[in-house]
Each structure stands twice: as structure tokens, then as C-alpha cells.
Write a protein that binds this ligand. Structure first.
Ligand code: ATP
Ligand code: MG
Length: 397
């Protein structure tokens, strides 16, 4: 067993010694059986939250209403959640009632997909009530129970389904796929932030096209912010020989590039997805770099001002679009730039002011910018004396 499971063993043991059941559940068991490293382990138990708090010295009430207590042990934090059933779902997203139960089987029943409805006990014995192991082996994503009901209860599960298709390159089972098509419009009830989280995982998956395909086929994309009119872009992405993104910005950049979005349009789309300003900035510069690279007009000054991250994304994206990968060539070109940053300029505003007797103000900034550009494009060497001399010439003009 991977270290992360071994470390958590004492927690399960302690719960058992207190007379309750405890299992590893959900994504961590799935990942273990896939031979992937889980990023965290979730523990499910028959003990109620108050009982867990009695068993362990240090706990945090993370989501006590939903049965989750965080147990702190040897600098690690473990989420321990009481077996529960859910009912209600009048708003297509969250259950109206959460009921704690003593039986694992109810807890597994409420989970979204068979591959996520697995539990494992201390001996490594897997509890698999819905043939999740078979589906894992066959590469199938299948809803637990009646798919239509499960997506109707919680519409986010549809986005989860397509993102797992991208991450695992699994096929979505027919009834499950059909139920997504029938319930797609319910995605409207889900908070954009939660849709965005799944979309990012879809983009970063190993096989994004396997997630994009069902997103289009079921028309689920129509209920993703700003995607309704963009099916052609999604289809183009699906039709590329290969798709793989190293960053979320890379995925968005290709989307915006293919949609031929202006900076304004792209910003608007990303805002509709409630993206951070950092992401918006990265995507916009990467799109500019992609356009320039596609037109083979990415000069020194543009490389310098767009920055290496944007150029890297642009290289990745033009490669996905069928060009020979320009990364090595661009890297060499970028490294040859006299400076990569204004801080590397052999002079700064303060020096200009004292050496040339200038009054501080916007003209100093302009002067500095002119010198910066001259150095970057190779018209001027990055030597203090040369820069001062050039500055004197500019001032005289
Ligand atoms: P990841 O590897 O991305 O964390 P995960 O499957 O662990 O994937 P989580 O959001 O961490 O996803 O959820 C943990 C488990 O809780 C899932 O494996 C699944 O059993 C259950 N689960 C999560 N979200 C839902 C949902 N919307 N409906 C039903 N069950 C869910
Ligand atoms: Mg998880």
C-alpha cells in the first residue's frame, strides 16, 4: 500500500477499537486500484461526529452538519465522515436532509459513480456493491443506481462524469450518457465556481478530448457559461490529432484562439466563468503570443513583453494545431534576449534622475521605457555609460 494509506491506518484502527467501522472510501480507493497515487485519503465511518471527537484528541469541525470531522494526527489531517444518506435535492444540487446511518452500504449508494463507490477496509479488502471494480477494469464510467435520478438529484455529477472521462480516458456507459443528455439543462442550477472546478480538471486531464466529446454529444456544454454558441470550437478541439494541456491557461488560450476572440471577448468569457484576474491575464497574453507565433512574427520585443510563460503556451498550442514544435527554437531566442526584465537594465529611474539632473515625473518613466526597448531589440548595449549617453541624446530631441 502507498505511504498515504499506511499513515492513515492508525486512524482506522483507533475507530475500530472504539467499536465502530471505518473504511477508506471514494477517490482514493479508485486511484489505488488504478495504480495512481491518490492526493488524499477519505475515511468513512459508522461513528457519529460526536463519537469521533471523543475518540481523538485533536479534531476540527470541518463540516459537522454533513458528518465530516478532521482528525489531526502527526502533522497530518484526515477527513473522517460519518456514513450518511441524502434526500430531498429540491434544488438539483444539494440534499435537503443528510441522515447519519450505521451502515456502509447506504453511504456507498449515495455516491455518484460506481468507480467512486468503493470502500476498502484495514486488511485491504475492497467492498464493491455496484461492480465498480469491473467498471474500473473495463474503463467504464457508470452512475450508481438509476442514472436519470442521480443527475436529477445533483446536476454537478454530470460535469464530474465528463471530467472523469477526460482524466481516466474511460467510456461513459450508454444509460449514463443518455441521462446526461436528458438532464443537461439542470446544470443551470449549479454555481459557476463548481462547474469551473470540474472544467479545469477536464482541461488538465490526460485525454481532454474524451471529456469534450460527451460534453458536446449530450449538449451539456450549452449550460456552461458562454459556450452555447461555441460548439464549432469544441468540435475543432475534439478533431485535433491530439490534445493535452500543461496548464489551465493553455486550454483556455486554445479555446479563445480557435474562437478568434478579441481580448475583450475572451475577458468577458473568463469573467462569466468567475476566473481570477491572474488567469485572465495569463490567457490574454498567451493568446497574443499564439497569434504572433502562428504568423511567424514573434519578435524580440514581443517575446520580452509577453514573457516566457505565454510563449511556452503558444508553442504548445501551435504544436497541437499541427505545426512543428517551435519550443526549442523559441527557448534559444528567448535566452538570447539581452535582458528578460527591466530590473536587469544597467540603469534605473533613480540613476537617470541624479546623473542627468532630471525632475522626477512621467518623462523619466518614458525615458527608461525607451532605453529598455532599445536594449531589448539590440539597438543599444546594456552598459550604464551607453545608456546615459543615449538618454542625453533623447532628452535633447
Ligand atoms: P478527485 O480525485 O478529483 O478528488 P474524487 O472522486 O475523490 O476525485 P471528491 O470531490 O474528492 O472527488 O469526492 C470524494 C468522493 O465523494 C467521490 O469519490 C464520490 O464517492 C463522492 N462524491 C463527490 N461528489 C459527489 C457528488 N456530487 N455526488 C455524489 N457523490 C459524490
Ligand atoms: Mg478526492
Amino acid at each position: 500500500l502507498p505511504e498515504i494509506f499506511l499513515q492513515a491506518m492508525p486512524i482506522l484502527k483507533k475507530i475500530q477499537q472504539a467499536g465502530f467501522e471505518a473504511y477508506f472510501v471514494g477517490g482514493c480507493v479508485r486511484d489505488l486500484l488504478l495504480g495512481k497515487k491518490p492526493h488524499d485519503v477519505d475515511i468513512a465511518t459508522s461513528a457519529y461526529p460526536a463519537e469521533i471527537k471523543q475518540i481523538f484528541e485533536r479534531t476540527i469541525d470541518t463540516g459537522i452538519k454533513h458528518g465530516t470531522v478532521t482528525v489531526l494526527q502527526q502533522k497530518q489531517a484526515y477527513e473522517v465522515t460519518t456514513f450518511r444518506t441524502e434526500s430531498g435535492y429540491q434544488d438539483f444540487r444539494r440534499p435537503d436532509h443528510v441522515t447519519f446511518v450505521r451502515s456502509l452500504s447506504y453511504d456507498l449508494q449515495r455516491r455518484d459513480l460506481t468507480i467512486n463507490a468503493l470502500a476498502m477496509d484495514l486488511n485491504g479488502q475492497v467492498i464493491d456493491l455496484f461492480d465498480g471494480v469491473r467498471d474500473l477494469q473495463k474503463g467504464i464510467i457508470r452512475a450508481v443506481g438509476v442514472p436519470h435520478e442521480r443527475f436529477h438529484e445533483d446536476a454537478l455529477r454530470m460535469m464530474r462524469t465528463v471530467r472523469f472521462a477526460s482524466q481516466l480516458s474511460f467510456v461513459i456507459e450508454q444509460q449514463t450518457l443518455k441521462a446526461i443528455a436528458e438532464n443537461a439543462a439542470l446544470l443551470k442550477h449549479i454555481a459557476v465556481e463548481r462547474i469551473h472546478e470540474e472544467w479545469q480538471k477536464l482541461l488538465l486531464g490526460s485525454y481532454p478530448q474524451n471529456g469534450l466529446r460527451p460534453l458536446v454529444v449530450t449538449e451539456l456544454y450549452r449550460y456552461c457559461p458562454g459556450f452555447n454558441g461555441q460548439v464549432a470550437v469544441l468540435k475543432k478541439m475534439i478533431s485535433l490529432p491530439r490534445l493535452k494541456f500543461n496548464s489551465v491557461a493553455g486550454g483556455w488560450c486554445l479555446f479563445g484562439y480557435l474562437a478568434q476572440f478579441t481580448t475583450g471577448e475572451m475577458t468577458e468569457l473568463l469573467r462569466a466563468w468567475k476566473s481570477s484576474n491572474d488567469l485572465i491575464k495569463s490567457v490574454i497574453v498567451a493568446m497574443q503570443a499564439t497569434k504572433l507565433l502562428e504568423n511567424s512574427s514573434l519578435g524580440e520585443w514581443q517575446m520580452y513583453s509577453l514573457g516566457w510563460k505565454a510563449i511556452q503556451i503558444a508553442c504548445e498550442n501551435v504544436t497541437l494545431l499541427g505545426k512543428k514544435n517551435p519550443m526549442i527554437e523559441m527557448q534559444q531566442k528567448y535566452q538570447k534576449l539581452p535582458i528578460n526584465n527591466i530590473k536587469e537594465l544597467a540603469i534605473n529611474g533613480g540613476t537617470l534622475i541624479t546623473e542627468l539632473n532630471l525632475t522626477p515625473g512621467p518623462q523619466v518613466g518614458q525615458l527608461l521605457a525607451d532605453l529598455e526597448k532599445a536594449v531589448v531589440i539590440g539597438h543599444l548595449s546594456n552598459v550604464k555609460e551607453d545608456l546615459l549617453q543615449q538618454a542625453r541624446i533623447i532628452i535633447k530631441k
